[in-house]
Design a protein around this ligand. Structure first.
Ligand code: DGT
Ligand code: CA
Ligand code: CA
Ligand code: ZN
Length: 573
């Protein structure tokens, strides 16, 4: 264990004690943490030689705690304290403007547990609603978040979409725009977005662009004019608004949607046909406008079907459009169930009934409750008894409520050797089993591949959860031979998850495409830990579409009985 990780636990203990108003101790832990962090010798080495006391600010009591951490990988005292406040205090309090007290308040009011939750709450304007906080606190936190991760970070798709929605609604409500659309990477559904691109048509471009620059979300105006306005939002995200004549709207939308690689191919194609394509129009050899007011026209005049933005990456989509062989991409409305949902039986914030109700509001016909199975290093999670009680509770819920059907499931942990931590007799009682890697991330590619193959050989495993384990901008995928894994998934009939959590989107689009080529099937899961997370499904769908997925490739486009019949162990017993 690295000094930094030991220090992190000590820092958290300090914050938790501080919240409990324990005198003196918090500072003691803080100093010890700093001392561990600053020490160039690995604490493991010091602990081994019984030399921890050599560390400045580490006394007998804390020395023993460090021993425990080094020996067992965790600290019981820390876990006990954390049970009362299961949030990532270390991460949260690193954000300027968030102390332990604020973190606690945010957890109690909004269920904020980690940076992702904090970011979401801030960007969705929910922090200002918390009693005693207000818009100023929210702004400060947004600024702190932007600083905490440097200015050049790309925005996760979900937040970019949230910001775009706010802007678009405001602009539409102004009545100043005859047409308006998102363009750029956001329109293509890319998992991270560098800046937002908006395209509009207006009869009063001067007024429209001034209106845009004066929106309350805008923190800084970088450039303003009737054709182009660039601003920065409070969260640091840049937005470009371009206003074009109606006759050029389609050509401009095509151009500013990109991708650049797709546009280059398209321009080449125009050239080869004696035409010219730019952001104003498609013109013929005599400079006559052939198309420009809508996108369909541009593609049509180039001899192509209209290409969905998600495919515009120069990955064969132009050839497919030419041969009328574009995929029938899966749509959000075709997703009838969410197969990855957590409740407060494990680390979710909402109870079974609330999650079910949220699914109903989202128009779903069924959900699978797949809480975490308890294992030593995570807080929360159901054990065998609780899981069986949950199965009964789900049975009762299904009896009493017509409407959303609830499947009993689990998100089991894949152990290092590819076994699950849940006994098979318990798994047999469940409708659906997701198996996920939550530990031992750093195996060799060969060992990880074998591990995943072995778990998919298990006939009780229906889905491999967030298959690569990546966290966008934070943790790379673990090493494995993915084509081997996909091949085994296809062979064993194990579905691969497209986890729709904004920071996961795992499998990502390129791997989705390879998985489909190997013949594997997908499962879309929101991995919801709160009621409004079910809406993440939207970006799961966007990711699947970018991987050329059709409805027939996605399990949860099936009605529930057909879905259950696809399992290796067959339909309902
Ligand atoms: P981003 O913002 O980094 O997530 O990615 P995009 O794709 O939104 O890129 P952005 O905002 O720089 O430009 C928007 C679109 O405008 C881009 O997808 C294609 C088009 N575009 C921008 N610059 C060029 C260029 O130099 N050549 C061509 N062909 N297209 C461009
Ligand atoms: Ca952009
Ligand atoms: Ca841009
Ligand atoms: Zn999960």
């Amino acid at each position: 264990m690295k000094n930094r990780e030991v220090a992190r636990i000590l820092y958290e203990v300090a914050s938790l004690l501080e919240l409990e108003d324990v005198p003196f101790k918090p500072r003691a832990y803080q100093r010890a943490a700093r001392s561990v962090e600053a020490c160039s010798t690995p604490v493991e080495e010091l602990a081994e030689g019984d030399r921890l006391r050599e560390l400045p600010d580490v006394g007998k009591a804390i020395g023993e705690k460090i021993q425990e951490i080094v020996r067992t990988g965790s600290l019981r005292y820390h876990q006990e304290l954390k049970a009362k406040l299961p949030v990532d205090l270390f991460e949260l309090t690193r954000v300027q403007g968030v102390g332990a007290k604020t973190a606690k308040q945010l957890y109690e009011a909004l269920g904020v547990r980690n940076l992702l939750d904090l970011e979401r709450a801030a960007k969705e304007g929910r922090i200002r609603e918390v009693p005693g906080m207000g818009a100023k606190t929210e702004r400060r936190i947004l600024k702190g978040l932007a600083e905490a991760r440097g200015t050049d970070r790309r925005e996760l798709l979900w937040y970019a979409m949230t910001a775009m929605e706010l802007l678009r609604r405001a602009l539409e409500d102004s009545g100043l725009f005859a047409q308006l659309s998102a363009a750029g990477s956001l329109r293509r559904g890319v998992e991270t977005v560098g800046d937002l691109d908006l395209l509009g048509v207006s009869e009063r471009p001067e007024k429209a662009s001034r209106f845009f620059a004066c929106l309350p979300e805008v923190e800084e105006v970088l450039m303003q004019g009737p054709k182009r306005t660039s601003v920065k939002l409070a969260g640091g995200l840049q937005v470009d608004l371009r206003i074009v004549p109606a006759s050029s709207y389609g050509a401009a939308l095509q151009y500013f949607t990109g991708s650049k690689a797709h546009n280059i191919r398209l321009r080449e194609r125009a050239g080869a046909r004696g035409m010219k394509l730019n952001e104003y129009a498609l013109t013929d050899a005599e400079d006559r406008v052939v198309a420009g007011k809508d996108e369909e026209g541009v593609y049509r005049e180039l001899g192509l079907l209209w290409i969905p933005p998600e495919l515009r990456e120069d990955q064969g989509e132009i050839q497919a459009a030419e041969r009328h062989e574009l995929p029938q991409l899966v749509e959000r409305s075709e997703i009838v169930g969410d197969l990855h949902v957590h409740t407060d039986w494990s680390d979710g914030t909402a109870d079974l009934e609330s999650m079910t109700e949220a699914a109903r509001v989202e128009g779903l016909a069924y959900i699978a409750v797949t809480d975490h199975f308890r294992f030593s290093t995570t807080v929360g999670g159901v054990n065998t008894d609780e899981l069986l009680r949950q199965v009964d509770a789900i049975g009762e819920l299904n009896e009493s409520s017509a409407g959303v059907r609830v499947l009993a499931g689990i998100e089991a942990n894949i152990q290092r050797n590819g076994d699950l931590d849940v006994p098979a007799r318990v798994l047999r009682r469940l409708d659906i089993v997701i198996a996920s890697v939550h530990s031992h991330f750093r195996l060799s590619s060969a060992e990880m591949t074998r591990r995943l193959e072995r778990v998919m050989d298990n006939e009780l495993v229906d889905v491999l959860g967030h298959p690569t384990g990546r966290l966008i901008g934070e943790r790379p995928p673990y090493d494995a031979d993915w084509d081997e894994v996909f091949y085994r998934a296809a062979k064993t009939g194990t579905a691969l998850e497209v986890n729709a959590n904004p920071q996961r989107l795992d499998l990502g689009a390129p791997l989705v495409r390879r998985a489909l080529e190997a013949g594997a099937r997908l499962m879309l899961g929101s991995d919801a830990h709160a009621t409004d997370h079910i809406r993440f499904l939207e970006i799961g769908v966007r990711t699947a579409r970018r991987g050329w997925a059709e409805a027939k490739h996605v399990l949860n486009t099936l009605p529930v009985d057909a879905l259950l019949a696809t399992r290796k162990r067959g339909g309902r017993e």
